[in-house]
Write a protein that binds this ligand. Sequence first.
Ligand code: DP6
Length: 365
Amino acid sequence: MDFKLKSVTKQIERGTISWSSPSNIALVKYWGKKDNQIPENPSISFTLDHCKSITTLSFSKKETLDDFSFDVFLEGELKESFKPKIATFFKRIEVYMPFLKDYHFKIETSNTFPHSSGIASSASGMSALALCLVSIEMELSDVTLSAVERSYYNKKASFLARLGSGSACRSIEGDLIVWGTHKDIEGSSDLFGVKYPYEVHQNFKNYQDTILLVDKGEKQVSSTVGHNLMHDHPYAERRFKQAHENLSTLIGIFKTGDVDAFIKIVESEALTLHAMMMTSMPYFILMKPNTLEIINKIWAYRNKTNSKVCFTLDAGANVHVLYPENEKDIVLEFIKTELVAYCQNGHYICDQIGFGAQQLVIEDQ
Ligand code: DP6
């Protein structure tokens, strides 16, 4: 697919666009990438609903066209530390968005979850920014949206978001998104996320995700460094193959609604992700003692009650507790009585599967 800008038919001096875009939680993990943000293996994620970034992009024509010009604000405060990542993003996408140097941009972003919660905001933040830029392109090209065009621009937004942060390409739509070419999943691509195209059993609708905030500090090892450590990793090739196998197995599981088999894959994926970190060179551990306490409590509770609750992990110490909607009340009770004690300051976030990003109407335009 060709994502170069087709034609600019309109001159626009200035404007403002706003999007809200969610975070997502991977079931089969993306860990390891090639050049140009191409993943080493396919991944699949649930899009979240409440954990979102809200980004407003104001743009105004500038005189000199020789470099990018932008300011970034998080919760109203100027964030110099965000600039390098966004500058890299702009450089990577300039060929698809040739108008980037024509404007000065003011990027104002805020998250519905606390910034220092250890929840990665790169997926929601980069996807929201990519969507704002695609909206500008649509204005410049004077596009009126038909269904075909909506699908093209969603793909383009996902394609661009990937170039900002890999997992961000899975946040444009919902509720189950695949990124990375997989032989059994039609339409899957290394270049952008696509909606999971096959049957999904009722058991997996409205799945719940309660995020237990075990450690809200900055990560000692960034995802980018972690991905790079998969080069020359002794178990890398086998791991990439395993991700393909797990995704194949999930296709049957989603169809039949076999939650026990789902749990095995999801928990194994989480522990494998951390095993890859522990066996890289240099090696590192992102789990904390309370991460393990929570995992053990979940296993004990499952043995005792036959509940279908399970866990997954990101590249950090926080635990995502996943469970079917029909266990919502009882598992939340379990979380409150047995797990909250292991959270930093007792903090946790209740979320569930969501359906993707939304453009926000700006009132005073
Ligand atoms: C562990 O998308 O943050 O969350 O492409 O370098 O920005 P970059 O990495 P990023 O990696 C996320 C990895 C993960 C697993 C996943 O979401 O699939």
